[in-house]
Design a binder for this molecule. Structure first.
Ligand code: ADP
Ligand code: MG
Length: 363
């Protein structure tokens, strides 16, 4: 694990400098068209509502994708690292990887400066094998206001600051997982402009989650000029009971309800992934408190996790001092493996289509 700075980046502020209220659509379209092919490996997790499990989903997805790359590498196949980036001021993503009490924790300051002020992008390299991460935190709370200020001068182009940044490093990563919260329009726009695929978690069964999905589809539609390619690629259910490996009526009911709503709003009901993550609140909380994604926590709980020096990590205990239930942690981790596979297969299908369309457009 080490801090790494991308210093040779081209100025994003210069790229948007020529844009103002008077600049024509064609100019923006040209820039967007240039960026698009470089951003097809950017997967955003978002939903128009907090506490749905965006960060839990995003950190586990990033971890699973990195594990796959590490495995490919071990088999002598081509492999690239994965980058996880959270734009949220709560810094939960940083916590999920156990980075709170480390020298790397600048509470999101360098990330804010990289996105809004042309500063070098700092990443924690090899936070896990084949996984890099940026650090989020309270300073990320200023990103929205700064982007909004830039948009006063440079209109819509201001929302391309992150896209312009990621497009310069995307070739170094197999996947970039972007975790961005609702709350501010500027953040939503910035995230939607940079991602090509969106994945939305649904955790609560109330209508707010469903409204959240509506908010995302509106966001996609209203920001077409910033991103003609982005679509919701998958909806993932998180935190629903499994009995003998099967869903209960609680989930099948919500699923039917959401399928109906998707169909009514002209969206594909099959966006909903068959695989879902079981209800495991206490383990999910322990994972976060221990700074470990589910798979890694399962390895620790079964006494198989080694630290950087090759020493076995002691088996984790719960708040009552008892050993964590290893079987449950393995089941939770397996759910995430399945889910990650589902997400990636959707993303690959979409990318194949996008490449096809691009070739047709070129010929
Ligand atoms: N499998 C699960 N079962 C039940 N609760 C979960 C599960 N995974 C995560 N949670 C809980 O969901 C809550 C929201 O998670 P988080 O990822 O921080 O949401 P967001 O990023 O959308 O705000 C957390 O309190 C977490 O413990
Ligand atoms: Mg979060």
């Amino acid at each position: 694990m080490e801090l790494y700075e991308y210093t040779e980046l081209q100025s994003r502020l210069e790229a948007i400098a020529a844009f103002d209220d008077m600049s024509d659509d064609a100019m923006l379209q040209e820039l967007v068209d240039q960026l698009r092919p470089y951003l097809r490996n950017v997967i955003g997790t978002t939903i128009g509502k907090g506490g749905e499990g965006k960060t839990t989903l995003a950190t586990n997805l990033a971890y699973m994708l990195a594990e796959e790359q590490a495995l490919r590498d071990a088999q002598g196949k081509s492999a690239k690292p994965v980058l996880y980036m959270e734009l949220d001021a709560n810094g939960d993503g940083r916590t999920d990887f156990g980075l709170d009490a480390t020298v790397f924790n600048d509470h999101g300051k360098s990330l804010r400066e990289a996105i809004t002020n042309d500063k070098p992008l700092k990443v924690v390299k090899n936070v896990r094998p084949f996984l890099d991460t940026t650090i989020s935190g309270r300073h990320c709370g200023d990103i929205a206001a700064r982007i909004t200020k830039l948009s006063d001068a440079h209109s819509l182009a201001a929302y391309l600051m992150l896209a312009l940044l990621l497009a310069q490093i995307s070739h170094l990563y197999r996947w970039i997982v972007l975790d961005f919260a609702p709350g501010d329009k500027a953040i939503q726009r910035t995230g939607v402009a940079a991602a090509t695929h969106l994945v939305s978690p649904i955790h609560n069964t109330d209508n707010a989650a469903i409204r959240g999905l509506g908010a995302i589809t509106r966001l996609i539609k209203t920001n077409r000029r910033l991103n003609p390619e982005v679509e919701l690629a998958a909806i993932a259910f998180l935190g629903f009971r499994k009995v003998k490996g099967e869903p209960t009526t609680e989930l099948t009911n919500v699923r039917d309800k959401i399928k109906k709503l998707l169909a009514e709003s002209g969206m594909d009901p099959d966006l909903i992934l068959d695989d879902y993550v079981r209800d495991a609140r206490s383990i999910a909380t322990l994972c976060r408190n221990h700074g470990k994604p589910a798979r890694e926590f399962a390895l620790a709980a079964t006494g198989q996790l080694k630290d950087a020096d090759g020493q076995l990590v002691p088996r984790p205990r719960d708040e009552n001092g008892r050993y964590v239930d290893a079987e449950q942690t393995i089941k939770l981790a397996d759910d995430y493996s399945q889910l990650a596979r589902g997400v990636i297969s959707r993303v690959r299908q979409r990318n194949a289509k996008l490449r096809e369309m691009q070739m047709q457009g070129a010929s």
